[in-house]
Design a protein around this ligand. Structure first.
Ligand SMILES: N[C@@H](CCC(=O)N[C@@H](CS)C(=O)NCC(=O)O)C(=O)O
Length: 215
């Protein structure tokens, strides 16, 4: 049986969350590592919008949004119970992901790339991100993860972006008053799952076999 093909980029937070879900659901895929300035024509043919991750299923169906890839994988096999929560909690998770992918991600990009655009006020953008970090900090009080003692869909969806926010200015991030957020991020960075999704692969080229991922 041929495995689905995943176009991925190691450091892309959207691709990272997709790889986390594929790994957790024990879904083997053939990974093709993409260089964003040199996207393979095969990927653009399947998904002309040109963003990673893209997952091509064995029946030819194409998933070109990271959350769709996560949902597809976890619906198939949710061994860790990423979605084993009450309806109310699942609704809260969805709302948190919308907030993270929307206003938080916009502030993160503006803060990260402020030096390229004089009209951006980096401290205001950073403060928007900081408010979100404080919100996560209060959710994490007394909890290992965002929704209790189990790693959930929301943890996987958010952590790659929180990592990016932390890495813009590590000294500043690690000196802020959000110890629970720091502890949660550090546990992720030290986890086996993080190491497993962050292996380095050479750029995929037409004709290459690709990398077996998620076995
Ligand atoms: N909404 C998309 C966003 C994916 C996305 O923006 N990925 C970035 C990399 S992190 C990308 O591929 N950008 C295209 C480019 O830089 O050319 C998703 O959730 O999958």
């Amino acid at each position: 049986m041929t495995h689905p093909i995943l176009y991925s980029f190691r450091r892309c937070p959207y691709a990272m969350r997709a790889r986390l879900a594929l790994l957790a659901s024990k879904t083997p895929v053939t990974l093709r590592e993409v260089v964003l300035r040199d996207k393979p024509p095969e990927m653009l043919e399947a998904s002309p919008k040109g963003t990673v991750p893209v997952l091509i299923l064995s029946d030819g169906k194409i998933l070109e949004e990271s959350l769709d890839i996560m949902k597809w994988a976890i619906q198939k096999f949710d061994e860790e119970g990423w979605k084993s929560f009450s309806e109310a909690e699942l609704a809260q998770m969805d709302a948190l992901i919308v907030e993270s992918d929307g206003p938080f991600k916009a502030a993160l990009d503006a803060y990260k790339y402020a030096s390229r655009d004089e009209t951006i006020e980096p401290s205001a953008e950073r403060e928007t991100g900081a408010a979100f970090m404080r919100k996560l900090n209060s959710m994490l009080k007394g909890n290992a993860y965002l929704f209790g003692d189990r790693f959930s869909f929301a943890d996987a969806a958010l952590l790659p972006f929180v990592r990016q926010f932390a890495h813009v200015d590590r000294e500043w991030f690690w000196s802020q008053d959000w110890p629970e957020t720091i502890r949660w991020l550090e546990a992720f960075l030290e986890s086996a799952r993080f190491k497993a999704i962050m292996s380095k692969y050479p750029q995929w080229k037409t004709g290459d076999e690709g990398i077996a991922f998620g076995e």
